[in-house]
Design a protein around this ligand. Structure first.
Ligand SMILES: Cc1cc2nc3c(=O)[nH]c(=O)nc-3n(C[C@H](O)[C@H](O)[C@H](O)COP(=O)(O)OP(=O)(O)OC[C@H]3O[C@@H](n4cnc5c(N)ncnc54)[C@H](O)[C@@H]3O)c2cc1C
Length: 416
């Protein structure tokens, strides 16, 4: 069995930034394991621009952003194993990895960072009635076909789901010569960033049907059309609103699920809302020395926040390895009111540094204030003109504002 101080699973922006930050914080024996042939993660197939505005102050494409992260990583003697998949992690941090080059290998790690990203929800998770013809793809799969493999999935397209991947693919398919007839969204608001609605739909006159879903799929060998219906507030189709749209392709952009099979095999419990591990402010999970960051922890909309979270996890893992973790601990549970759907971290164990809490809301709210309240005392107020579920927000808790002996930090929304 090989030993490594720090093993990072996943070579997307989260994993790469975690590796650099761990090195800068003093860790030396670092191994990044990536199942794909190259580093970069999902960014490799995102050839549109819009990445890096916060971090690099310029608009980059996904591959450019990944290249910048990789160039930084390669300045340091950090081991990278590509074409290698991690198949298991045990509670005592033994990693099983497999590659055609090295076969099956066991690595005893002192610390692990989980950075495996997320995957798309498939058709099977939706229960759409109808036949099972060819021509139904997840939007990310279609993106890979078009952008990396040079295949066109179809010419007449309907997209179900208005998250960012669906919106980006509406524009991409149009630019490649397809006709995108509709983007249907079951919720009364879009799940994507406002800028993507403008730049990907409105600029190309692609109709967005809010409170609409696909209620039937037609075709035997290849999809020939879909029935789209309006839904009521309980998301039930409304009789009489059905419309038939002829198409040869249906793209599904109906949510992302953090890739946590390995986390479960290590015995970690998952948060029922984020579907990622529960972590503290250092991104340490319930198992000491196991950290998580990026989309495997909670689905992000901006790569910049993913990189930032990777850096927090990397620095914390280095401190853990070097025995520099702050021992003056506290045990503060972070709770939300439902209007704030979730927050990460879910727990605070050290208040000696500023803490950036990421959160998402459950519906669209106009002119509200977001509060952080510690044991009944309001410690931060944040006015917001508009908050939407598709855009992750954050609130900063300054280091001296949260008492160490606090029990609960509640994040909630009220009228402005
Ligand atoms: C279509 C689309 C459009 C986007 N548009 C924007 C945008 O315009 N601007 C922006 O800022 N952000 C955008 N994002 C978001 C951003 O790209 C992602 O949030 C970010 O790339 C996620 O990084 P990650 O490192 O957490 O995960 P990933 O990039 O998914 O990387 C995870 C890596 O882990 C590897 N892995 C998984 N399991 C294993 C295993 N068992 N063993 C070994 N390796 C494993 C995977 O192969 C992958 O390379 C977009 C995302 C998508 C999908």
């Amino acid at each position: 069995m090989r030993n490594a101080e720090l093993v990072i699973i996943g070579g997307g922006p989260a994993g790469m930034c975690a590796a650099v930050s761990a090195y800068n914080a003093g860790a030396r024996d670092i191994l990044v394991i990536e199942r794909d042939s190259d580093l970069g993660g999902i960014l490799r197939q995102c050839i549109h621009n819009g990445f890096g505005l916060h971090r690099f102050k310029e608009e980059l494409t996904g591959p450019e952003y990944a290249y910048k992260c990789e160039t930084e990583l390669k300045k340091f003697p950090i081991d990278v194993w590509c074409n290698t998949i991690v198949t298991d992690i045990s509670k005592d941090k033994i990693i099983t990895a497999m590659s055609s080059e090295r076969g099956v290998e066991k690595i005893q790690a002192k610390a692990i960072i989980l950075a495996m990203g997320c995957r798309e929800r498939p058709r099977g998770a939706l229960n759409i009635p109808g036949t099972r013809p060819a021509g139904i793809f997840s939007a990310g799969t279609a993106q890979k076909y078009v952008n990396m493999m040079g295949y066109m999935p179809g010419k007449n397209v309907v997209i179900l789901g208005s998250g960012d991947i669906g919106l980006i693919m509406a524009r991409r398919m149009t630019l490649e010569g397809a006709k995108v007839h509709a983007v249907c969204e079951v919720m009364p608001y879009s799940g994507g960033l406002a800028r993507n609605i403008e730049q990907c739909l409105n600029d190309f006159d692609i109709p967005l049907y809010l409170s609409h879903t696909v209620t039937d799929i037609h075709g035997t060998d290849r999809i020939e059309g879909v029935t789209v219906s309006q839904v009521d507030e309980k998301m039930q189709p409304i009789k009489g609103t059905e419309m038939y749209i002829e198409c040869d392709t249906l793209l599904l952009s109906v949510g992302l699920i953090p890739e946590n099979e390995l986390s479960k095999s290590a015995g970690l419990t998952l948060d029922s809302i984020t579907r990622g591990c529960r972590v503290d402010q250092s991104r340490q999970t319930e198992i000491e020395g196991v950290f998580a960051c990026g989309n495997v922890l909670h689905v992000h909309d901006l790569a910049d926040f993913v990189s930032e979270e990777g850096e927090v996890a990397g620095e914390s893992a280095a401190k853990y390895i070097l025995g520099k973790t702050n021992t003056v601990k506290c045990n503060i549970n972070v709770t939300t009111d439902g209007k704030v759907r979730y927050s990460v971290p879910q727990k605070i164990t050290d208040t000696s540094e500023d803490i950036k809490l990421y959160y998402r809301v459950s519906q669209v709210f106009d002119n509200v204030t977001v509060f952080a309240e510690a044991d009944g005392e309001i410690i931060v107020k944040q006015k917001k003109v508009k908050v939407v579920p598709g855009e992750m927000q954050y609130i900063v808790i300054k280091k001296d504002t949260l008492k160490k002996d606090a029990k609960e930090l509640k994040i909630y929304i009220d009228k402005a």
